[in-house]
Design a binder for this molecule. Sequence first.
Ligand code: MSP
Length: 532
Amino acid sequence: MGYRLACELSHQTKTTFEFLSSIFYLPFKPMNKFFITTPIYYVNDVPHIGHAYTTILADVLTRFHRAAGDEVFFITGVDEHGQKVLQAAQKRGVFPQQHCDELAPRFENLWKKLNIGNDDFIRTTEARHTKVVQTVLQQIYDKKDGDIYVDEYEGWYSVAEERFITETEMASGQFRDVKQIKERNYFFKMSRYQKKLIEYIESHSEFIQPLHRANEILGFLKQPLGDLCISRPKSRMSWGIELPFDKEYVTYVWFDALVNYISVPGYSVDQKKFDKWWPADLHLIGKDILTTHSVYWTTMLFSLGLELPKTIFAHGWWLTGDTKMSKSLGNVINPMDFIEKYGVDAVRYFLMREMVLGADANFTEDAFIKRYNSDLANDFGNLLNRVSGLLGKNHGGLVPTPGAMTPAEEEIVLFGRGLSVNVHGLVAALKIHEAIDETLNLVRLVNKYLESQAPWKLAKTDLPSASRVLYVAAEALRLSAALLKPVMPSKTQTVLDILGAGNSGLTWGELKPGTKLQTHEALFPRIEVEKK
Ligand code: MSP
């Protein structure tokens, strides 16, 4: 799938895609490789819906790209160093490594439960990562013109943010857990790259998305960019990766964590693998870590002489009420509770359908139930029930033979033929909620069509017409299941298997007449509000 192409097309009308679909039979020319990353999560607590969201999003994009023929490398992991993790371990009275060893599997297990198909999972305490961090530090330290220097620094330090903050930031009163610190430290000459970074952002509109976030960063870069303190004396905080050029220090947690994006594809260790995958096509992040990615990380890459990721996309927050869901505020929703109650696919569906990428969204059980009942029980699940029920009753449980098309069918077939290209175009433009809704539009159209054609009545007077109607309905069900597969891999596979079309593709008309349908239970039983 051509991510860049679609970014450029994203603001054009849908007819562009319809036009493309009439020229090319299937979505976009394969782009060959697609390297996608999630942030690596702090193991200071168990994962919540906010963490699950980014990982599911990356998985959904991965599956769409694979379906379009791309070779994908999808990585995620956990961030195990730094003050926050150390404090969490101390609070439990265990050594930090033991704490990490206990917490990391909680993330890996949740990803398994959520059907996440990541290709690698990095823990920053693994030697394959720590070695690369040290190589990176040494390479930057050894540069002829020296990008790392030592200095005495006195200032305000925010434990929550894990960084020194400026006087202006201090005066804003927004920072918790702040203390005055005076110490000798190592600094990265970030300021040296300020002009280059501004020019890069201005000339690469796809680099920071959504666009208003790029403007935010450009606004931030109007002020002089300071240098970045990249060390912590072991006497104050020893839980980190040792500086290769000074054993008294460990490196700042962000200078460690960001490097995962190159340590996993093999920087300085496996050149062939690294050349194949780097630069990343998409760094998915939450909006709170935009500065660290678009300023710290990019200037580190400039210093290393490496290409920048093609796109950094900052999504919004999941809120409970009006506040960000976060561990420190004690208002987190545990994804496990919802998975157990409503099933994995429903959770994946809700998260993908409900959040407009880039904006904040509210997570409430009421909103979840409403969405589930309207889209999954009433629209999608109901279409399956009708198709299989009617075919079972009047057509021997077999996929019927399509007949000559009436205008009502033509409308649906036209919609169905353009749908794959539309959906993949919207996904490439990161409009996942619209891509899902577009698929559901086909389902709704067909449900209405069934009501108007009433094949249950037709079966009594005109069986061939009833067959014709039901072929169109069954094929629309198959195609919508195939297009929703990246979002709900398991339930849609069930639908495809029921239709005897388990391995079918994304083109209208692949359903084979004469195929015997399998019996099944209700796919998404309605949630009765009293039961809640
Ligand atoms: N360890 C760093 C990231 C290093 S990446 C090289 C970190 N970890 S985190 O666990 O605090 O957050 C990880 C991600 O979860 C961030 O993208 C953050 O935006 C996201 N979320 C945390 N709470 C969230 C919500 N309530 N809603 C959506 N995403 C949120 O930062």
